[in-house]
Design a protein around this ligand. Structure first.
Ligand code: AMP
Ligand code: MG
Length: 267
C-alpha cells in the first residue's frame, strides 16, 4: 500500500461546511427514514455474511463534539443487526492503569477480530483532541501522534481491518439546542454534565484540533468522512450508506461446506 493521502488531505475549514446540508439525497426526513429502513435490512444481511465468512474485520470510528450524535448512530444505523458479531467500545477519561501505558494500549485491545464489526464511540483520536485542547501532554508529545496513528491504522489495514472513520459535524447552534434539550428533558438529563459547558466554551479550539486530525490522518487505508450531522436522519443515512458500500466491496461469500450435504441423512 502506498503511503499516500487522499482528497481531504487539503486544508479543511469546518466552519465553512454546512452542518445542515443534505448532499446527494433528494428528499426530506420522511424519505430519509424510509431509505434508512431499507439500508438497515441490507446492513443486517451483510453483517450476517461477514460473521459467517469469518475472514474480514471492520472498525467504525465515531468522533464528534458533545451531543454530536455518536450514540444515535449506534442505535439507529445498527438497528436490527445481530448483536453477536457487533461490539461497541467506548473510550472515556483514561483510568490510572490506562494512563500507565501508551495511549494506543487500550485501543489496540478493542480492535475487531475476524467476522466482527467494532464501533469505537470516541477513540485514540481523543489523544490528539481533548488531550491537545486541555494541554494534558506537551505539544511535542501530541504532535508526533498523527504519524503514530497513521502507522498504527496502516498496520491494522494491512492485517485485514477495514477502517471507516466518521466525524459527525454539528454546528454551535445545534449543540446549544441539544444541550438545552438534555437539561430540560428528564429522559435526556442523564447525559447532561455541567462540565460539557466548559468544553462548549472551547469550541474554536476543538475545531482547530479536529481540522488537524482531518488533514493529517485522512489516509487511503483509513479515510475520514465528514458527515453533516445537524439533521439526524441524514447523518444516519449517510453513515449507513458508506458502511454498506465498504462491506459490499469485500466481495464476501458464505463458507463452502467441507462435506457433501447430499450424503448426510438426518434421522
Ligand atoms: P462521554 O463520551 O460523554 O461519556 O464522555 C467521555 C469523556 O471522556 C469525554 O469528555 C472525552 O473527552 C473524555 N476522554 C476520552 N478519551 C480521553 C483521553 N484519552 N484523555 C482524556 N479524556 C478523554
Ligand atoms: Mg457526554
Amino acid at each position: 500500500m502506498k503511503k499516500q493521502r487522499t482528497e481531504t488531505a487539503q486544508k479543511i475549514h469546518l466552519a465553512k461546511i454546512d452542518a445542515n446540508a443534505t448532499p446527494d439525497f433528494d428528499g426530506g426526513k420522511r424519505e430519509g427514514g424510509e431509505e434508512l429502513q431499507r439500508l438497515n435490512k441490507k446492513l443486517e444481511a451483510l453483517q450476517e455474511l461477514l460473521y459467517a465468512e469469518h475472514k474480514h474485520r471492520v472498525l467504525v470510528v465515531l468522533q464528534a463534539m458533545d451531543t454530536g450524535g455518536k450514540d444515535g448512530v449506534i442505535r439507529h444505523v445498527f438497528e436490527g443487526v445481530n448483536p453477536q458479531g457487533v461490539r461497541v467500545a467506548s473510550f472515556k477519561v483514561p483510568t490510572t492503569e490506562e494512563l500507565d501505558h501508551d495511549y494506543l494500549w487500550r485501543v489496540h485491545k478493542q480492535v475487531p477480530g475476524k467476522g466482527e464489526i467494532v464501533i469505537f464511540n470516541r477513540s485514540h483520536y481523543e489523544d490528539v483532541l481533548v488531550v491537545r485542547v486541555h494541554e494534558l501532554v506537551p505539544e511535542e508529545v501530541w504532535a508526533r501522534r498523527f504519524d503514530q496513528i497513521n502507522h498504527f491504522e496502516r498496520m491494522l489495514a494491512e492485517e485485514g481491518v477495514t477502517i471507516l472513520k466518521f466525524y459527525l459535524h454539528i454546528d454551535q447552534e445545534e449543540q446549544k439546542a441539544r444541550l438545552e434539550a438534555r437539561r430540560d428533558d428528564p429522559q435526556k438529563r442523564w447525559k447532561f454534565k455541567p462540565g460539557d459547558l466548559k468544553e462548549r466554551a472551547l469550541w474554536d479550539h476543538y475545531m482547530q484540533a479536529y481540522e488537524a486530525v482531518l488533514e493529517k490522518t485522512h489516509t487511503s487505508w483509513a479515510p475520514w468522512h465528514v458527515v453533516p450531522a445537524n439533521k439526524k436522519w441524514y447523518r444516519n443515512l449517510v453513515i449507513a450508506r458508506i458502511i454498506i458500500e465498504a462491506l459490499e466491496k469485500l466481495n464476501m461469500a458464505f463458507p463452502e461446506a467441507d462435506f457433501d450435504p447430499g450424503t448426510i441423512e438426518i434421522v
